[in-house]
Design a binder for this molecule. Sequence first.
Ligand SMILES: Nc1ncnc2c1ncn2[C@@H]1O[C@H](COP(=O)(O)OP(=O)(O)OP(=O)(O)O)[C@@H](O)[C@H]1O
Length: 494
Amino acid sequence: MEPQPRKRSKTSQEPPKFAEFMKGMSKAQYDAEVDYDAVDDGGWEQMKENIQQNARGDAQQREAQQYPKEDEYSDEEGQNDTDEEMEDDDSNSSEDSESDEDVDPVVKIEIDKLNHTFKDFAKQYRLINKIGEGTFSTVYKAEDLLFDQYENEWRRMLPGEEEEDRKASSMTHRRRPRYVAIKKIYVTSSPQRILNELELLHKLTGLPNVVPLITAFRHMDQVVAVLPYCKHTDFREYFRQMSISDIREYMRSLLIALKSVHEMNIIHRDIKPTNFLYDPEKRQGVLCDFGLAETEVLGGNCPCNIPDDQFPYQIQMTLSNGYMKNDNRQPRRANRAGTRGFRAPEVLFKCPNQTTKIDIWSVGVILLTILTKRFPFFNSADDVDALLEIATIVGKSRMRACAVLHGCSFETNIPTIGERGFTWEKIVLWATGRTSGNRRTAASVLAPGEHEAVQFMEKLFDLDPMTRPTAGEALEMDFLNPDRETKEEADVVE
Ligand SMILES: Nc1ncnc2c1ncn2[C@@H]1O[C@H](COP(=O)(O)OP(=O)(O)OP(=O)(O)O)[C@@H](O)[C@H]1O
């Protein structure tokens, strides 16, 4: 059958009505008796029809672990403390030879259930296997059975996809299977969270190195998002072998994604290796999982928000030199959603004025992981421990200054936490077993490229979010532009 060149659907040009899409979901979503399809809201039936008709992609309407992740404002640590290996990320398997044979029987049951839940789903997608599991979702790989019948503009948004298309068109004989990732969002996620993720994904569709949303389905309390399948390799398989040039490409790819996301004033809040689907062979990555993302709201009531000239006075007003014996003040509340080990100090101090810079700190943690070859690097059980881990490196003095910035105080008598801490260089040498007592040997210094990487990382780890670089500024830094340096040197020589 000839592919049908379709025009964009009406809905694809209009802002998506995801609020309507989610209408009818309520706290009662767990009650199996509630039949949301029967809810006469006027908009949902229409929307559902639109979504299912256009689900197949009419281009844009094609609207559409290692660590535990924690919810906003949650104070419970370690929930869902899953540390599972991915069952099958297909990173090394031949894409053309997917069969059902090696699918776990439990996964088969899940797949059957999904096919049963969404009418005609099996006619559109052939679910293959589970490829990922997170705190809020299970992700399946599926073949897009009707791919050829639709315009698939989203492919142009993914790095390397156009090249794949060119290759495919030169090999005419066999129909190439096209894969998507089906993200089944757990019903225990709040409708607001699901709506937020879908809306943001839709808004960000088209940005470089960011996973686009193809479409989404809802049936009662079940929601699935359809995303392009992004071939990637488990971070743990390659991060120890990365050369400096590999690190550069990884960082560049991640920061390009973040630059465009941040320019839209969106904070990702969960930057970590499992949320950056990276293919080390192609040296391309795609940022995914916007489940905790939020729009940046500036102007929160925190001393870090006070102009410099008023700062010292305000701080004196805010802080005292002691601790109340029976402190019955309300605990400070701020969004602290994210994954432990990757949280910026301002999140740990519950700063109510968090910005996109919290993502830059997390990028620093990824770089530290790569340079030290240790995953996880930070492994605290709670926020206080996390602050102590950072303080062990940066020292008490800088940590105190950081606390003051957010209207808090920091003090500890743990003997291993010194006043001045250690340099990041020392930490990298120590973690990679290159320190030999107090004597500096050839092995106990960083290689040139490594040295630049550490200097770059130091900037990402600026304790003050105001002076920490933006993604755009980081992309301009020397470490990510080695050719520019060589060129400048050559110009000078000429
Ligand atoms: N588009 C995709 N292509 C390929 N694999 C994917 C895709 N999206 C997600 N995955 C896989 O599924 C895993 C879980 O997805 P995601 O991070 O979106 O879910 P989550 O429930 O929010 O997870 P977490 O709690 O770990 O952040 C990813 O780490 C990845 O391995």
